[in-house]
Design a protein around this ligand. Structure first.
Ligand SMILES: Cc1cc2nc3c(=O)[nH]c(=O)nc-3n(C[C@H](O)[C@H](O)[C@H](O)COP(=O)(O)OP(=O)(O)OC[C@H]3O[C@@H](n4cnc5c(N)ncnc54)[C@H](O)[C@@H]3O)c2cc1C
Length: 233
């Protein structure tokens, strides 16, 4: 994958279970004092039934200067890692007959993919599934085609390109795509699953609530980093 994002695939010593959308905790040595061990959260990007067959998978963005980023760069095939699993409540909770809208930016795609490819999602008798996935550049898009393969109509919002893009790509941010959904979109019959940076999540929630009266119970969100800790984009 292009840029500083990588797929980390591993086979655990003992297989473990998790729900689609959950994350694990990865042990990472402190970059200056490697004897100090830190823990970092990473979402599992495959549902467990596929992970048990093909390997457990993470989709990781390397943050320059970060402890995990520095450590992950040193990993080679065959190395051991230490993880604790599984955690989180970012899981499928949509009732049959309702629609699902996945909204993700960057590696926030990971838990959404795990949900979309899961047997729980396939068997849920949903009204529909759509995805709006945001990346800075076209080259950063991971897992292209995976959502579409399971019947989830997907738009890729690309925020940082001068090239004029055609559907399924869109020049802009995920919020721009949301604002362009048709007025008869079933806002009240849809659950919105969003994952990624805190600013995106804050903006999307504000839009859903103020423009379409979407209720809290229809909003399922997981921020990888709180908006307050980030630099504004
Ligand atoms: C529930 C959950 C799930 C998550 N899932 C994923 C996932 O699937 N994929 C993913 O990529 N991330 C995920 N994250 C984020 C992940 O846990 C880490 O926060 C992220 O990878 C950064 O870790 P780090 O140790 O590399 O950075 P840290 O060392 O924690 O640094 C944090 C920030 O400070 C900056 N920084 C640190 N040291 C310096 C320095 N010396 N100079 C300048 N800047 C510095 C780093 O660039 C970084 O931006 C998730 C987070 C949560 C809470």
């Amino acid at each position: 994958m292009a840029g500083t994002t990588a797929i980390l695939s591993f086979v655990p010593q003992a297989q473990f279970d998790y729900e689609p959308g959950q994350f694990l905790s990865l042990q990472v040595p402190h970059k200056e004092n490697p004897k100090d061990l830190l823990w970092r959260a990473y979402s599992l990007s495959l549902p467990v039934e596929m992970a048990k067959k093909h390997g457990y998978e993470l989709c990781i963005r390397k943050m320059d200067g970060g402890h995990a980023g520095t450590y992950l760069e040193t990993l080679k095939p065959g190395d051991w890692i230490t993880v604790r699993a599984s955690y989180g409540e970012f899981t499928l909770r949509t009732e049959p007959g309702r629609g699902v809208c996945f909204i993700g930016t960057g590696t926030g795609i990971a838990p959404l993919r795990s949900i979309a490819l899961s047997k729980e999602f396939a068997n849920n008798d949903l009204l529909f599934g759509i995805a709006i996935l945001g990346f800075r550049t076209y080259e950063e898009v991971p897992y292209a085609g995976d959502f579409e393969r399971v019947g989830v109509a997907t738009t890729y919002a690309i925020s940082d390109t001068k090239e004029k893009l055609d559907f399924p790509f869109y020049n802009g941010r995920v919020t721009d795509v949301l604002k362009r959904l048709k007025s008869d979109f079933p806002w009240k019959e849809t659950d919105f699953y969003m994952c990624g940076n805190g600013f995106m999540i804050r903006d999307v929630i504000q839009f859903l609530k103020t423009s379409h009266g979407v209720e809290d119970k229809a909003i399922i969100a997981e921020a990888f980093e709180a908006a307050a800790k980030q630099k504004a984009a």
